[in-house]
Design a protein. Structure first.
Length: 191
């Protein structure tokens, strides 16, 4: 991988995700002491782990595929979703901190960096996207790749038919019209 040959989108997203990942290990919470001393806690706990995992996913996606091109539509959408999740959980952590302990507890600089990096991932992924990519086309592309049953009644009908056939086989066996071996053979074909 040649970093200089990477597409701008991938390069910016990768750098910003790396900054956000490092920021998770920096102070997210600062608790001020009575005598001027303070305690810090990093973000690698609670919701901070979700931020870490989301930014890790963003970084991995940036490294996948053809590095000279912008991310393909599906990966671009996943990058946007993961970036949004990282931003959302960083905001949740911020709101938890800012609403507690009468100003004694305050957000640390690691949380601020994580918030900025998550937001910047979203902005970079959006600004440097392929020209034809839109949110609607991204969602449509993701929906196409999700396996779905085109006829939900088909499985129910097939299962019902098999059950009816199995009941007939059991009746034939009970009535001694077929042997145990014939029953097992027919049952295996049916299943």
């Amino acid at each position: 991988m040649n970093f200089l040959l990477m597409h701008k989108q991938r390069r910016f997203v990768l750098i910003l995700a790396a900054i956000g990942l490092i920021a998770v290990f920096l102070p997210w919470v600062t608790v001020g002491g009575i005598f001027g001393d303070s305690l810090n806690a990093n973000g690698f706990n609670g919701v901070g782990i979700v931020v870490f995992l989301a930014l890790l996913a963003v970084a991995i996606i940036a490294l996948m595929g053809d590095q000279k091109k912008a991310e393909e539509r599906n990966m671009w959408m996943i990058t946007l979703v993961a970036g949004f999740i990282a931003l959302l959980f960083a905001v949740i952590k911020y709101s938890q901190i800012s609403g507690s302990a009468f100003g004694i507890v305050s957000p640390g600089y690691g949380l601020w960096i994580s918030l900025a990096a998550s937001l910047a991932v979203l902005i970079s992924a959006w600004l440097f996207k392929n020209p034809g990519d839109t949110l609607q086309s991204g969602f449509d592309s993701l929906k196409k790749n999700i396996p779905h049953n085109s006829n939900p009644n088909q499985n129910t009908t097939t299962t019902t038919n098999r059950m009816a056939e199995l009941e007939k086989l059991i009746d034939l066996k009970i009535q001694r019209k077929i042997t145990e071996e014939e029953y097992k053979e027919m049952k295996s074909k049916l299943m």
